[in-house]
Design a protein around this ligand. Structure first.
Ligand code: AMP
Ligand code: ZN
Length: 125
């Protein structure tokens, strides 16, 4: 174990992970929402009028990294709160979550994308 002064979240932070750095406050990112387990911030390259990322504070790579089911529930629960905060609750929004390079994952710290704000014209599922 560590020195006893670091939280589990700090111990799990990866020095080369951009989302761990954002969570640590290194870039003074505005958090749309935060609680003890997750933070949410707007995507730097929005694909919709509303495009917000919901990210666990704990560094987990993706669904193949055995995330705690409770943490996954917290991510989805936070996503619905973020939808309300961003004004898209009730208008139709999407949650997207990429697992692995082959699916387009580019940041290897688990996150869900909340997308909305105008109509979806294409369905991939
Ligand atoms: P994914 O492709 O599912 O891994 O999604 C990663 C997302 O993170 C992309 O939509 C990027 O635009 C976004 N992103 C990368 N760096 C930052 C950053 N510094 N701040 C906000 N969003 C970011
Ligand atoms: Zn990370």
């Amino acid at each position: 174990m560590g020195s006893g002064t670091q939280s589990a979240q700090e111990l799990s932070a990866q020095t080369d992970c951009i989302f761990c750095k954002i969570i640590a406050g290194d870039f003074n990112t505005d958090f749309v929402y935060q609680d003890d387990y997750v933070v949410a911030f707007d995507d730097i390259s929005p694909q919709k009028p509303v495009h917000t990322l919901i990210v666990p504070r704990q560094h987990v790579v993706n669904l193949e990294d055995n995330p705690d089911p409770e943490l996954l529930a917290r991510l989805f629960s936070a996503a619905s709160k973020v939808a309300a905060i961003k004004g898209v609750a009730g208008t139709g929004y999407r949650i997207v979550q990429n697992n692995g390079k082959g699916a387009g994952q580019t940041v290897f710290h688990l996150h869900v994308h909340l997308l909305g704000g105008d109509p979806f014209t294409e369905n991939i599922v």
